[in-house]
Structure formats: C-alpha cells, structure tokens
Design a binder for this molecule. Structure first.
Ligand SMILES: Nc1nc2c(ncn2[C@@H]2O[C@H](COP(=O)(O)OP(=O)(O)OP(=O)(O)O)[C@@H](O)[C@H]2O)c(=O)[nH]1
Ligand SMILES: [Mg+2]
Length: 91
C-alpha cells in the first residue's frame, strides 16, 4: 500500500507540472502568421504564400517545451466581414 501511495504522489506531482497552453495567431493578412506557426512547430503545418488570404481555416500546430504543450492555432487573421460574406455559397 505504501508503494502505491508513493506512486500516486509521483503521478500527481508530474501532472501538476504539466501545462497545456492554447495560442491563437492573429494579425493582418500576409503578416507572416503561417511562417511564425511553422517556425515554432518546426514543421510545415500551414501553407505559406506571398498571396493574401492563403490561410482560410484555422490550422493546428503542436509543440512541446519542457512540461508545457502548446496548441498553436494559425488563423486567417483579421478578415474584412464583406470578404467572408462574399465567399459563402449562395443558399
Ligand atoms: N522578408 C520576410 N518575409 C516574410 C517574413 N514572414 C513572412 N514573410 C513572407 O510574407 C508572405 C506571407 O507569409 P504568410 O506566413 O503566408 O502570411 P500569413 O499572415 O499567414 O498570410 P494569410 O494566411 O494570407 O493571412 C510570404 O511570402 C512569406 O515568405 C519575414 O519575417 N520576413
Ligand atoms: Mg496564413
């Protein structure tokens, strides 16, 4: 029983150190949000282009530093509402 208690304590201690952080990358079109995301994740998770509005949907990248796991959401950024309405299919 003593052994199990030890193990539970260690589990709790390890869990207490764990961190999950969610980060949204927002900014003007073509500001380099996807380049930043790919650089932090160290992998090409998001398309990069010199054309504006390349990212049209939220894209998830994940990386870990020490006990912290970071969920990085690359986004289309700040988009003019008129553009969103114009891109919706007609019902
Ligand atoms: N010189 C330079 N160019 C950069 C830098 N970061 C991004 N770029 C260029 O800027 C352009 C746009 O980069 P993206 O990462 O696609 O920009 P974005 O903000 O995700 O664009 P959208 O998804 O369209 O909103 C690309 O041609 C990149 O190569 C930088 O730090 N320096
Ligand atoms: Mg992008």
């Amino acid at each position: 029983m003593g052994q199990d208690s030890w193990s539970d304590d260690e589990d709790n201690e390890a869990r207490a150190k764990e961190r999950l952080v969610r980060v949204g990358i927002i900014g003007a079109p073509n500001a380099g949000k996807s380049v930043l995301t790919n650089t932090l994740v160290q992998s090409k998770v998001s398309a990069v282009s010199e054309k504006t509005n390349t990212t049209v949907r939220e894209t998830l990248g994940v990386f870990t530093r020490g006990h912290t796991q970071v969920l990085l959401f690359d986004t289309p950024g700040v988009v003019d509402a008129k553009c969103v309405w114009a891109s919706l299919p007609l019902l």
